[in-house]
Design a binder for this molecule. Structure first.
Ligand SMILES: O=C(O)c1ccccc1N[C@@H]1O[C@H](COP(=O)(O)O)[C@@H](O)[C@H]1O
Length: 204
């Protein structure tokens, strides 16, 4: 890793939590537009991101919706990035990029080697088996497979392990949801601040 890590805070649903993430240096904010305890409507996402500085990436997160649906909902929300989980093809990433969005493609840490190849996404996101579950894994395990890629480590991160996860994995950045919550789906501004402070101690 040769630059300050790119840190995304996912599953935001209140103005207070958005403000905490921005104030503590988040590089990207995630809005879940798919069924989840953190789901928000495109209209609420649009309202929340109207206060976000242009330098901060805004990301709509999808689980299994097709690329056209993800693009339509993301346009309603007004985000600049789309994060796709689930079974995907290179054509999905091409469609997202052709529609003018940056793309994050999520894969499980135990995916086949072909899924770690470059499909044209801006970041690969390597996550636990169940996205948003708070489940941790051996973050060093994909270090060789992902070497040379721009990629984010995710799954079970919190302020106490994010620095170690970044060092062990050599990821370009980190993504968090459960680890900055006081209960499932409820973000805590103090935990958001602590996570960002811890992640940002890692610098090139
Ligand atoms: O957070 C969710 O509810 C979610 C739903 C559907 C797809 C992705 C989701 N979140 C992603 O999960 C990881 C974070 O997981 P954790 O809770 O920190 O273990 C991250 O990539 C989020 O963007």
């Amino acid at each position: 890793m040769s630059a300050s890590p790119f840190v995304k805070v996912c599953g935001l649903s209140t103005a207070q939590d958005v403000a905490a993430a921005v104030a503590h240096g988040a590089d990207a904010l995630g809005f879940v537009l798919t069924p989840s305890p953190r789901e928000v409507s495109p209209a609420l996402a649009a309202e929340l991101l109207s206060a976000v500085p242009a330098a901060v990436a805004t990301v709509a997160v999808f689980r299994s919706e097709d690329a056209d649906t993800a693009i339509r909902l993301s346009r309603q929300a007004g985000v600049g990035w789309i994060q796709l989980h689930g079974r995907r093809t290179p054509e999905d990433i091409a469609a997202v990029k052709a529609a003018g969005f940056h793309a994050i493609r999520a894969v499980r840490m135990d995916a086949g080697a072909s899924e770690f190849e470059d499909w044209g996404e801006d970041f690969l996101l390597i996550d636990a088996a169940v996205p948003g579950s708070g489940e941790s894994w051996d973050y060093a395990a994909v270090r060789e497979l992902a070497a040379g890629r721009r990629w984010l480590v995710a799954g079970g991160l919190h302020s106490g392990n994010v620095a170690g996860a970044l060092e062990q994995s050599q990821a370009s950045g980190a993504d968090v949801s459960s680890g900055v919550e006081s209960s499932r789906g409820v973000k805590d501004p103090q935990l958001i601040a602590a996570f960002l402070d811890a992640a940002k101690t890692i610098a090139g």
